[in-house]
Design a binder for this molecule. Structure first.
Ligand code: ARG
Length: 615
């Protein structure tokens, strides 16, 4: 199934086809029937809005055209005859038997989500941590958004490459290596804290305070202050010399330096993998393809641009100029060194050509927007935006906003440090466990009989769901405030609310005395308005997923699931399920409950959120 076609179990897909033929019969045109879910269920389930635009094109009367379409369209077994409204809308009310048939068709492991026949890969650049640095909350976003995007494409059957473009090469790493050696640190016992502080020392040593020195002279600061700054500048010089020679040894494959380099990568990644596992995000060692992977491809990138006549020398450096803007892209420094952008050009070529990716998605902080614009434009100039077989790739920077504290400033700990991801996850888990344990005190709670270990397991899932949902259900491009109290609540627009909705259905289904086969052979219940509203929303699940593949808006999943949970609650309040005496009706409702549970479970899995059976 191509990704741009409508899922067959979606009623809109059948309506679309039927109205298309009607439009053709009436006007000999091939036009979009504009089938939309109805804004008001009192008027129908769907509406077809094509008559207005069609009338404009054919200079006809929209209401007359609508009447002609209503007359021509064959909706036997699908819907009642359409009703004309307003300037020429057609309101459509589906036959219950048709809804039941579509529900039955989606009620299997696929849940109506088709598998695409597109064989090009999707490449998702995610996580992107830097070696020797703690993961901070920004990497939380790059990891879980990237993982969700990857899961959505996997769900529709695409081949997906998760690419973790680690910062594991270049001068900063060499500076850290050199600082560790000067401090005589035993690399076999290395902890991430030690590594982190070596990184920070290296950064400080490497950065001479030239501005400070100039200011000290200008303001006539005392000789003591000036001497201090001069000394710092001199040692910065020495540290840089040391780092540069370390970098040369690393680049030259010096066994000792390479071994040390591997140890600091192992040390960094140990914690990264622990965090990605806690987050239930599929980012493991097999997804590593860091900057170092591209080290031998950098010189050829620059040569390629020079040979194509797209790059030129500028004061000893090599730049790629653009026709539409002043800012060129620097791809080689005057000292011969390569840049972040050079590596990204090599990586992009690898992704489109070697991995045959027709869709490349960079899940990276929005503040890198200019960088990616330049890289993508340069790649397009040289033709590296094409797959191995020459198809033009769609390349996107999915830039996300910043995580803020309650003070609306980038999230910091009380002592003003950057929040490490680990601290944040620990706190969320702690909150999840205490919330779940507290609720289990109630003798009527389904979790009352669970052991402390089991409660802790559920609590972990709740804590992680809280932060993932809060992040993924937002407009990704916006900043958001990190507020654990709100995120972990069982009520409101939260992850735990959805998990709880799922667990309540699971709990109810577990109490049903009807056999699974009796339920499976019943027709889904759609007679009551609340049943019908729930059913129609369930049928939209596959289209929602396709919409996410197109827009990359992960918040659509959360919004869909939230509406699903609300419609379910409304149904559950007005339609007795287990208490219904009539076997046929009870089983019909149980079947609708089962499908709702499955869709909630599947939808949460796209966020990588676990759905415990009891909460
Ligand atoms: N390591 C980079 C950083 O922390 C992120 C890498 C993003 N991916 C990329 N292909 N540039 O800023």
């Amino acid at each position: 199934m191509p990704l741009d076609s409508r899922p067959p179990t979606d009623p809109a897909s059948t309506l679309d086809a039927r109205f298309r033929s009607a439009i053709h019969a009436v006007s000999q045109r091939d036009a979009d029937p504009q089938i939309r879910p109805s804004t008001n269920p009192a008027f129908g389930d769907y509406q077809a809005n094509a008559a207005m635009s069609l009338a404009k094109e054919t200079k006809g009367n929209p209401r007359e055209l609508a009447a002609a379409l209503a007359n021509a369209v064959d909706l036997a077994g699908i819907a009642e005859p359409p009703v004309i409204a307003g300037p020429g809308f057609l309101n459509i009310r589906l036959e219950s038997s048709f809804i039941v048939a579509m529900l039955a068709a989606m009620d299997n492991a696929s849940l109506g989500v088709g598998v695409t026949n597109e064989t090009h890969a999707v490449v998702v650049d995610l996580c992107g941590v830097n070696v020797a640095k703690q993961m901070h909350v920004g990497h939380l976003r790059a990891t879980i958004i990237g993982d969700t995007i990857a899961r959505v494409f996997e769900r529709v059957g695409r081949t997906v490459w998760r690419e973790n473009h680690l910062g594991d090469w270049g001068l900063p790493i060499a500076m850290t290596l050199a600082a560790l050696r000067r401090a005589n640190v035993d690399l076999d016992q290395l902890t991430l804290n030690q590594l982190n502080s070596a990184y920070r020392t290296a950064q400080l040593e490497g950065r001479s305070d030239e501005a400070g020195l100039a200011a000290a002279y200008a303001t006539g600061a005392g000789p003591h202050r000036i001497a201090e700054l001069l000394a710092q500048q001199m040692s910065a010089g020495a540290a840089i010399v040391d780092a540069k020679s370390t970098l040369l040894r690393l680049q030259g494959g010096d066994a000792e330096v390479v071994a040390a380099w591997e140890k600091i990568i192992t040390c960094t990644m140990r914690e990264v993998y622990a965090s990605t596992a806690t987050l239930n995000a599929k980012v493991t060692a097999e997804h590593n393809r860091g900057e170092s992977f591209f080290r031998d491809r950098l010189a050829p990138v620059v040569d390629g641009f020079i040979k194509a006549g797209l790059a030129k020398e500028d004061q000893g450096a090599i730049i790629v100029p653009f026709a539409d803007r002043e800012r060129p892209l620097l791809i080689r420094k005057s000292d011969g060194g390569f840049l972040y952008a050079t590596t990204d050009l090599a990586a992009l070529r690898f992704r489109t050509f070697d991995l045959n990716g027709s869709r490349v998605i960079y899940v990276v902080d929005a503040r890198q927007r200019d960088h990616f614009k330049d890289v993508f434009d340069a790649a397009a100039l040289i033709g590296w935006d094409r797959t191995k077989d020459g198809e033009k790739a769609e390349i996107t920077h999915l830039g996300f906003g910043t995580v803020l504290g309650k003070d609306k400033r980038p999230l910091k700990t009380r002592s003003g440090e950057n929040f490490t991801l680990k601290d944040l996850l620990d706190e969320a888990i702690e909150r999840g466990i205490s919330e779940v344990t507290r609720r289990a005190q109630d003798p009527n709670a389904p979790t009352h009989s669970l052991s402390a270990t089991e409660l802790a397991r559920v609590g972990r899932a709740v804590g992680i769901a809280a932060i993932k949902y809060a992040d993924l259900s937002n407009d990704l491009t916006k900043d958001y405030v990190f507020d654990l109290d709100r995120m972990v609540a069982f009520e409101g627009d939260t992850g735990p609310y959805l998990q709880y909705a799922h667990a309540r259905i699971a709990n109810m289904l577990a109490k049903a005395k009807d056999s699974a086969s009796d339920i499976a052979s019943a027709n889904h219940a759609v007679a009551e308005p609340a049943e019908r509203a729930l059913a129609l929303h369930l049928l939209r699940y596959p289209q929602m997923i396709l919409d996410v593949t197109r827009t990359l808006e992960t918040n659509r999943i959360g919004a869909y699931l939230r509406t699903l949970a609300e419609l379910f609650n409304a149904f559950y309040q007005s339609c007795p399920v287990l208490k219904s005496e009539d076997d046929t009706l009870r089983r019909a409702r149980l079947r609708l409950c089962g499908l709702t549970r499955d869709v909630l479970h599947d939808g949460l899995s796209l966020y990588g959120i676990e759905a415990p059976e009891r909460m």
